[in-house]
Write a protein that binds this ligand. Sequence first.
Ligand SMILES: O=C(O)[C@H]1O[C@H](OP(=O)(O)OP(=O)(O)OC[C@H]2O[C@@H](n3ccc(=O)[nH]c3=O)[C@H](O)[C@@H]2O)[C@H](O)[C@@H](O)[C@H]1O
Length: 430
Amino acid sequence: MPYLEDELFPSTPGKFKIERTHNMNRQFHRCFASTSIMFLWALFLIVLTASYLSFRSFVDSGNRYLTVSWGGIQWEKQIRNSAHIRRPGGMSVLVTGAAGFVGSHVSLALKKRGDGVVGLDNFNNYYDPSLKKARQSLLNSQGILVVEGDLNDAGLLAQLFDALAFTHVLHLAAQAGVRYAMENPNSYVHSNIAGLVALLEICKSADPQPAFVWASSSSVYGLNEKVPFSESDRTDRPASLYAATKKAGEEITHTYNHIYGLSITGLRFFTVYGPWGRPDMAYFSFTKNILQGKTITIYKGKNGEDLARDFTYIDDIVRGCLGSLDTSGESTGSGGKKRGPAPYRNFNLGNTSPVKVPRLVNILEKHLRAKAKRKIVEMPGNGDVPFTHANISLAQREFGYKPTTDLQTGLKKFVRWYLSYYGYTRKDIQ
Ligand SMILES: O=C(O)[C@H]1O[C@H](OP(=O)(O)OP(=O)(O)OC[C@H]2O[C@@H](n3ccc(=O)[nH]c3=O)[C@H](O)[C@@H]2O)[C@H](O)[C@@H](O)[C@H]1O
């Protein structure tokens, strides 16, 4: 049986040598060629993998910038510019709900006096978001950045607090509206409870901790009948889910004060109105409907009595917000640890002179030079309370709060703004 070696190496002398050398060359070339091919393949695979990975990271970063309007070096620079303090002893304030009614006014006032302001707003569509966008443009024109994002986005909050050590947080973002709570209860839990806790969590962990001032509501007095409403009055009988979430907010903030040493100030706003206001509120929707010749519905109490509100003009509220920020006192904790007791305060910010709703309509008719088509109906059981009336002596004592605008004057300013913003001319209301 021939050996394998004999098959590979034929026995013919002379030829053998040549054939063998030739075969060895062929083997060598074949071997060299296959090693080169393998090497090229490996190289090709490495290049392919590297290209894929860099393509993925490009796509990922592209997606990040397409879907998220925050993050990155440029963004952090914008935050720092917006929060830049231009007066001695000034503050850098994160204003949540900055594209909202009260938020936009207070942000402008803070910026004007030299404080740094960064806004945060989710631009939800509870009412016309184009009005919020218009307020945002106004703020931008004054050098205030309004970041678009939700309070419940922990990643965004972390980035904001990483970018800047805010001295104060003015938390005005909320699901507002008393009667809407029956339509969309979850939105109140999302913003007024979960959103509040998310924000408090980041504040408590911050080092240093900011002082925390936030919007509670006159609605916490609920079915309270003692007038005027004082901060020490009962607030355990809310009439609406909205009121209940604001009351819960007062309790929640108390725990963060108690456990973590956060300085807390809650502001109980009384039916705030004025230019750049909220379209869902009565004075705003009445104005719109009166101008369009549509019927307005006016609620009456169970016994036929008129409802009344302690309507408070926006400029007075702005002064109240600045006063409470200025006197907030410092948080004592840092990095989630309490180091001592910190202030916990709640203040009424009202006007101290309630006005009946039909009187509000009379004033609007005068300013709009138009008659309202009124439909009077009994107040539906939807969370409304018959009246509100603030005792403001506590805020007066603490930071000199003193409202100066009566409803007649304030509505005149509102109507002037409304006509101009919605493009009416004087001729339209002759
Ligand atoms: O102080 C607050 O904490 C709250 O103030 C505001 O609530 P309210 O005082 O209820 O204001 P608003 O809706 O303007 O109704 C005013 C009056 O008009 C009556 N009203 C209302 C609507 C209508 O169609 N007809 C009517 O008679 C109505 O019955 C009421 O008597 C904020 O919206 C709320 O977010 C919260 O901040």
